[in-house]
Design a protein around this ligand. Structure first.
Ligand SMILES: Nc1ncnc2c1ncn2[C@@H]1O[C@H](COP(=O)(O)O)[C@@H](O)[C@H]1O
Ligand SMILES: Nc1nc2c(c(=O)[nH]1)N=C(COP(=O)(O)OP(=O)(O)O)CN2
Length: 159
């Protein structure tokens, strides 16, 4: 499969561990997607309005899908796990963010790649650095390891 992709997973409603494990299973069964690497699971202090801690992880995929086809697949899996969009940065059963798609840079109303906020998020950079430390962000030109070293990781611990 041609394209390398990084996905961030997050959940803070329901049985988050089971939801993340099952959603990775769904990714592996989806057409045109191969799951190549899975990070450990991390408990992370919520960023945004007061709400329970999150369970976060990252996966590396190989995909034979365009970015928009992949986004549709991610949104379908979120819906399957009962995701309802209530408030921005609010609690959710499952959030799947497309972080990096090879070295593509894309900015449309529907999809932005790399994910616009991933560089400042320890809950993304800690698990991502575990499985793809040398991947270079095509915008900042920094590696994931370098980005991880530039954020405060005190709210992130292995589950
Ligand atoms: N890189 C992206 N990954 C996931 N979703 C994205 C990305 N860029 C734009 N979007 C749009 O955001 C909503 C989902 O927002 P959440 O707040 O993460 O639920 C999605 O419908 C995409 O159109
Ligand atoms: N610890 C932690 N905090 C979070 C998390 C998360 O996964 N872990 N996701 C959020 C993302 O919220 P949303 O998807 O509404 O925003 P985005 O479009 O900026 O990703 C907001 N806060």
């Amino acid at each position: 499969m041609a394209n390398r992709v990084a996905i961030g997973l997050g959940s803070n409603l329901g049985n988050s561990r089971e939801i993340l494990e099952k959603s990775i299973g769904e990714l592996g069964r989806a057409r045109g997607i191969l799951v190549e690497k899975i990070s450990r699971y991390y408990r992370t202090v919520a960023i945004g309005p007061p709400q329970p801690d999150y369970l976060n992880a990252c996966v590396i995929l190989r995909v034979d899908l365009t970015p928009l086809e992949l986004l549709d697949a991610l949104l379908a899996i979120e819906r399957k796990f009962g995701r309802v969009r209530l408030e921005r940065w609010g609690p959710r059963t499952l959030d799947l963010d497309l972080l990096l798609y090879d070295d593509f840079v894309l900015e449309t109303a529907e999809l932005e790649i790399p994910h616009p906020r991933f560089r400042e998020r320890a809950f993304v950079l800690v698990p991502l650095a575990e499985i793809a430390p040398d991947w270079r962000d095509p915008v900042s030109k920094q590696t994931i390891r370098e980005l991880r070293e530039s954020v405060d990781c005190s709210g992130v611990s292995v589950w």
